[in-house]
Write a protein that binds this ligand. Structure first.
Ligand code: ZN
Length: 207
């Protein structure tokens, strides 16, 4: 057997085609120095877009170099913008915050109390793939799972610094500030005014 697993075996490892005995053997063995580059090359072969993958973020998401930008991209091609802005803020979200919706996942007595927790499912707007799920108290800010220091990783771990240095600073507030500006420019929705009028009218009639 080879000292290091060949590319075909690593490909099977990524795709979950190896039996546990072989997986454990690979996990327990010393890693070849260029394992990350081999892994990236396999990832790059799986996608149909040309941008260079800098770091995988999960099963379907990648941080890629697009011109001078570093953005989050789904394997379907959908782009979520700067990697320092929480990509979840640009995903579709389904919130399970009622007993009925929570019971679809946790039926019976195992079902959590919606007064204490809600489950948020994040989906790609491009392909509809479920990308992440978070379980948080109601009203809790959307969690930023992973904001990697890409330059630190390339320079200090791989010994291959990237040409441009960009600080890994959380920029998510840019997105939420933009939402706040847009909301402040919007007139009060008609439906809310009607709802107030009709409840006032009902109160008057009842009185
Ligand atoms: Zn997608």
């Amino acid at each position: 057997m080879d000292k290091y697993p060949p590319k075909e075996v690593l490909k099977d490892l990524i795709e979950g085609k190896l039996d546990w005995r072989r997986v454990k053997q690979i996990m327990s063995s010393p890693k070849d120095a260029d394992r990350f580059e081999k892994y990236l090359a396999l990832m790059q072969e799986r996608v149909r877009w040309p941008e260079k993958i800098l770091l995988p973020l999960g099963e379907h998401l990648y941080i890629v170099a697009k011109g001078k930008q570093r953005i989050v991209k789904c394997d379907c091609g959908c782009e979520f913008g700067d990697w320092r802005e929480n990509w979840k803020l640009k995903a579709l979200v389904y919130v399970r915050n009622t007993r009925q919706k929570l019971a679809e996942i946790y039926p019976g007595p195992r079902s959590p109390d919606p007064a204490w927790c809600e489950i948020r499912e994040f989906y790609c707007p491009g392909c509809g793939t479920q990308l992440e799920v978070e379980n948080v108290p109601p009203g809790y800010p959307v969690t930023f799972d992973f904001l990697p220091d890409i330059d630190g990783f390339y320079a200090q771990w791989l010994g291959k610094p990237l040409s441009e240095q960009v600080s890994a600073e959380d920029k998510s507030v840019k997105v939420t500030s933009q939402w706040a500006r847009e909301l402040s420019r919007q007139p009060t929705p008609k439906v809310a005014r009607n709802a107030r009028t009709s409840s006032a009218a009902r109160a008057k009639r009842a009185g």
